[in-house]
Design a protein around this ligand. Structure first.
Ligand SMILES: Cc1ncc(CO)c(N)n1
Length: 233
């Protein structure tokens, strides 16, 4: 079995948690609240900016121009096409995409971005393993949505589902997997272990990102005793 097929198998529970999270299910049955969706889009916009910086770290590691082109194409899709998927989410609530920006990443989203960036200071294989869940979880879950209960033409978030389930996003995942499988096959057991860890942590953060959106997590929502510590005893 390939490295990524083994990851899929071993961490099937995380894929299921991603699918069944109430926020994703709320997008699927179109019951997600305006507040949660707008919070999600504001955070995700900044998350994607962080992801693009990781593509920059990948470019700095590219062993040849084939890899450079891979990162370039991934960045192009993220810059030019993914924002339209976001627009489709907030448009349903009459919210303008450009005004749904968050001033900064919430703790969970920041932790995820930090994790990916740190992986960008390890090997190309570790970086790729940390980036894979972003592409894979969305492409997998939206394709499953199409197979199980196709978001129809009247679905308010149809364009969002259609983007991630598209042939373009599916083949991007396939390409990520081919490249990661080759890197894993060439890596020693220690590096492969770090690749697995990087992947699992990102999968965990993908589920946590839904929770961040659903709960409206921000730094400001920390309990007041943390923000305003009492005098030291
Ligand atoms: C947090 C997160 N993960 C994955 C994707 C898919 O690109 C996204 N837009 N946001």
């Amino acid at each position: 079995m390939s490295f990524t097929a083994e990851l899929r198998d071993t961490y099937a529970d995380l894929f299921e948690a991603f699918w069944s999270h109430p926020f994703f299910q709320g997008l699927l049955d179109a019951t997600a609240s305006k507040e949660a969706v707008v919070h999600y889009v504001g955070q995700d916009r900044q998350y994607l900016a962080a992801f693009l910086r990781c593509y920059g770290l990948g470019m700095a590691k590219a062993p040849d121009t084939d890899w450079t082109r891979f990162f370039l194409e991934g960045a192009r899709i993220m810059l030019e096409e993914e924002p339209d998927a976001h627009r489709a989410l907030v448009a349903h609530f009459g919210v303008d995409y450009d005004t749904s920006q968050a001033p900064r990443l919430a703790p969970t989203a920041q932790a995820y971005a930090n994790h990916m960036e740190l992986a960008g200071h390890d090997t190309l294989g570790v970086l790729m393993a940390a980036l894979l869940p972003c592409q894979w979880s969305y492409a997998w879950a939206t394709l499953r949505a199409y197979r199980e209960e196709t978001p129809g033409p009247d679905h308010p978030f149809r364009a969002w589902f259609a983007f991630y389930a598209s042939e373009e996003c599916q083949s991007l995942v396939a390409e990520y997997r081919t490249r990661i499988d080759a890197l894993a096959a060439a890596a020693g057991p220690e590096e492969r272990g770090r690749m697995e860890r990087a992947f699992v942590d990102s999968m965990y953060y993908e589920v946590a990102f839904w929770q961040m959106a659903a709960s409206g997590e921000t730094w400001e929502r920390l309990p007041s005793r943390v923000l305003e510590p009492r005098d030291a005893q």
